[in-house]
Design a protein around this ligand. Structure first.
Ligand code: TRP
Length: 354
């Protein structure tokens, strides 16, 4: 019942933290667009995870949830091909989170470098909620509930996928009789409920922000948003870090964010090589490159803006309602299999969205 297609499945998604940006685009979104024909794609809107830092701002999270759907459709993800769904309305995920939490050591979780980084970068010190730590366990459930072959993500998410792989193995070994010697690729064949899914990192695993210092991130104010106007994009591009102290200094060729963006966003490699040569020879300067980068990014974003303008909030809600119903069919089935395997399968149930 859960397998409606023979295509291999992928699962990935985003936390609704405000509009998505170019870092999301080159890290994962672009990959998803390419994969949607060959894979049975499930895309999760992680609105429960958004509570980790904004439990007191649920109105914002609600609005950001709608924006993510618009972002996805506008960059070319097609809800007729793929399933878009809402984490908070798939209860099987919350239930699997409990079972997985019992298989994951607290010390192991605290060694997860993404968790450690977030605590540091967001200045959480020891003030984070219990739920903040739970989100990483929840992400394991987001993924395994859909038994995907692969999870396309940015590099910062790879530690979460690594933990997911460990838990899939441990569950299969603890409850399904899968031997410790079985290869990751053979877990299901050996009787495991869960596959051991692989991470797939995008073309640019980590995109620097316009400040050139940190990873692009909306909260750090160094992000170019997919929903920015052409003018806003150019304005942000004019501030991109080039490494040059004063206009009299020679051009900096390593660690210059404008050059990086040119490579990443300009569609014509010959033009990029030409610009780089002229820049290195001081025949053109920072301002010129910033303008060309802004134009290239705007060429990328123009069709995105056009599609975005055509989507209403009601359309976005319809899309996730339909997708969430489908996602529940799959996740309920997985949960039932997992419970039976672990001898918790007391009563089968039916679950429907109204
Ligand atoms: N933590 C991811 C992020 O913030 C979002 C996410 C939640 C996710 N659940 C997931 C990504 C499952 C991949 C798979 O970007």
């Amino acid at each position: 019942m859960s397998q409606t297609t023979d295509k291999p499945r992928i699962l990935t998604g985003d936390t609704p933290t405000g509009a998505l940006h170019l870092g999301h685009y080159v890290g994962s979104l672009e990959n998803r667009v390419k994969m949607q024909d060959e894979y049975d794609c499930y895309f999760i809107i992680a609105n429960v995870h958004a509570l980790t830092t904004r439990a007191d701002r649920t109105d914002e999270i609600h609005a950001d949830t709608i924006e993510i759907v618009k972002d996805w459709i506008s960059i070319g993800l097609d809800p007729r091909k793929s399933t878009f769904f809402l984490q908070s309305e798939v209860p099987a995920i919350a239930e699997l989170t409990w079972y997985f939490a019992m298989l994951l050591g607290y010390g192991r979780l605290m060694k997860n470098p993404t968790i450690k980084d977030e605590i540091r970068v967001k200045g959480l010190t020891d003030q984070y909620s219990f739920g903040f730590l739970m989100y990483a366990v929840g992400q394991i459930a987001d993924i395994l509930a859909f038994k995907p072959a692969c999870v396309p993500v940015g590099v910062d998410q790879v530690p979460h996928i690594e933990m997911t792989r460990e838990i899939a193995r441990r569950f299969n070994q603890t409850y399904c009789g899968v031997k410790g010697t079985v290869d990751d690729a053979d877990h299901v064949k050996a009787g495991g409920v869960f596959p051991v899914p692989e991470a797939k990192v995008g073309r640019v695993g980590r995109l620097a922000g316009t400040d050139g210092q940190n990873k692009m991130s909306k909260s750090l104010g160094n992000a170019i948003l997919l929903s920015d106007t052409p003018k806003a994009v150019q304005k942000k591009c004019n501030k991109i870090f080039t490494g040059r102290g004063s206009t009299d200094d020679p051009p900096v060729l390593e660690g210059n964010t404008v050059l990086e963006y040119l490579e990443i966003f300009h569609e014509d490699p010959d033009r990029v090589a030409e610009l780089k040569g002229q820049y290195a020879a001081s025949e053109l300067f920072d301002g010129h490159l910033k303008k060309e980068v802004g134009e290239a990014i705007n060429r990328l974003l123009d069709p995105v803006r056009e599609r975005r303008a055509a989507i209403t909030d009601a359309d976005a809600l319809d899309v996730i309602k339909e997708g969430t119903a489908r996602a529940n069919e799959v996740a309920e089935q997985t949960l039932w299999e997992a419970k039976k395997a672990a001898n918790y399968g007391f009563f089968e149930r039916e679950f429907n969205l109204k």
